[in-house]
Design a protein around this ligand. Structure first.
Ligand SMILES: [Zn+2]
Length: 411
């Protein structure tokens, strides 16, 4: 009884496709997914939530990422769920780098319907996972399934990657369901990407430090992060003055079950907007970068939701898109799954080319791997990340900032 097989791959993908259609009606990326236990019982199904109410709500709210956070949240509440190795995520679209990193960091299995030539981890259809850091490729080959699609249309394909778990009865996807998964995503992606370019370039932005302390924007910023606007450097040039803020967040990250991770967001004037720790005790994928990019997007969303056109325009002028500013990571990327998730989430935050004047948008204080290895890792990422966004982490120029972090962390 406990090992009764309960679901076809086709039936599971059909649920993901229905979620993808719901995402399309919400005006967000048309992607959906579900989570199954080791008997094929559906634990949870949901869809992409990057856009809500016509606004960017959360650039990290992809289906797979939300399912994984849901899983950890349920476990934190005391629910007995099987270990990640016994869990299968079924998704209508090939996981992006953020979601692939999250899946691999937790050790989950995944069954994938439609391909994604731009951001999918299997963008080249080889199932060799060359887009991943070398040490993660074998794990992906053992846990990422691309079931066969029988037929003769352009949607047909042979099975590749890992075999779907044994509880699945049928192990193929119908051409029509696969076509639905592809078409729903294709119908939404350009429209959603445009939402990311609704923001003003730096030349048109205004300085939030010039606003009175009683202004709604300043109050919202301070509510999210009390030290907001208390530090300012030359644009794109974080200096040693940022050290106390990073150190405080790193200490809080350790209190929250992390290893001392922290990420600051500076705006295009050099104002400190946020500096946050991770919340790893709550979920194995709530890293400092995930928390920071999400907090900033939701701050803007809340200020704009239900606001007049004039108020929305004011929010867009004082709180620009993060691509005009600088994300400062306390620690640079390494070859781990969590770090790859962060780079992917960074890509999902940018979603399009960086401004020409701001190529060093992603800066880090302490290196975690040789620069050449990091460049190779970024150059192997799928086309969206390497050709369009051109992710290129850069070490902060001010060596006094690195010295301050090293000194406080006992090297
Ligand atoms: Zn994703």
């Amino acid at each position: 009884m406990a090992h009764k097989k309960t679901i076809d791959v086709q039936a599971a993908v059909a649920i993901a496709a229905a979620e993808a259609i719901a995402a399309r009606t919400q005006g967000t990326f048309g992607v959906g997914g579900l989570m199954l236990d080791q008997h094929g019982n559906v634990l949870k199904s949901l869809h992409n939530n990057v856009v809500k109410d016509g606004l960017i709500f959360d650039p990290t709210a992809h289906g797979e990422r939300q399912l994984i956070d849901w899983y950890y949240a349920e476990r934190a509440k005391g629910r007995a769920l099987p270990p990640p190795q016994d869990i299968t995520i079924v998704t209508s679209l090939d996981p992006c780098c953020m979601c692939s990193g999250a899946i691999l960091a937790g050790g989950f299995n995944v069954v994938v319907a439609a391909p994604d030539q731009e951001s999918g981890i299997n963008y080249d259809h080889s199932a060799s996972f060359g887009a991943l850091p070398t040490l993660l490729r074998a794990q992906a080959a053992d846990s990422f399934s691309y079931p066969a699609i029988l037929g003769s249309s352009l949607y047909a394909r042979a099975a590749s990657g890992a075999a779907p778990k044994s509880f699945f009865i049928g192990k193929t996807i119908s051409e029509a369901t696969q076509a639905l998964c592809s078409l729903v995503f294709e119908a939404t992606s350009a429209e959603v990407m445009e939402k990311f370019s609704a923001d003003h370039p730096q030349e048109l932005l205004k300085d939030p430090a010039a606003l009175p302390a009683s202004h709604a924007i300043v109050r919202a910023l301070k509510q999210q992060y009390p030290d907001a606007l208390t530090y300012r450097c030359a644009p794109c040039q974080p200096d040693a003055g940022l050290a106390p803020f990073l150190l405080q967040a790193m200490a809080r990250d350790r209190e929250h079950g992390g290893t001392g991770d922290a990420v600051a967001l500076l705006d295009g004037y050099g104002n400190l907007l946020l500096c946050m720790p991770g919340r790893m005790a709550q979920s194995g994928i709530r890293s400092a970068f995930m928390e920071t990019t999400r907090a900033y997007a939701q701050l803007r969303y809340k200020l704009m939701l239900g606001a007049s056109r004039e108020q929305r325009d004011q929010v867009r002028h004082y709180l620009g898109h993060p691509k005009e500013g600088t994300f400062v990571f306390a620690r640079g990327p390494d070859a781990s799954a969590l770090s790859f998730m962060n780079l992917g989430a960074y890509g999902s935050t940018m979603e399009g080319p960086l401004p020409l004047k701001n190529p060093a948008q992603l800066q880090y204080v302490l290196p975690s791997m040789p620069e050449a290895d990091m460049a190779a890792l970024c150059a192997a990422m799928p086309p969206l990340y390497r050709n369009i966004i051109r992710i290129r982490p850069t070490q902060v120029a001010d060596s006094a900032l690195a010295a301050a972090l090293l000194a406080a962390n006992g090297s």
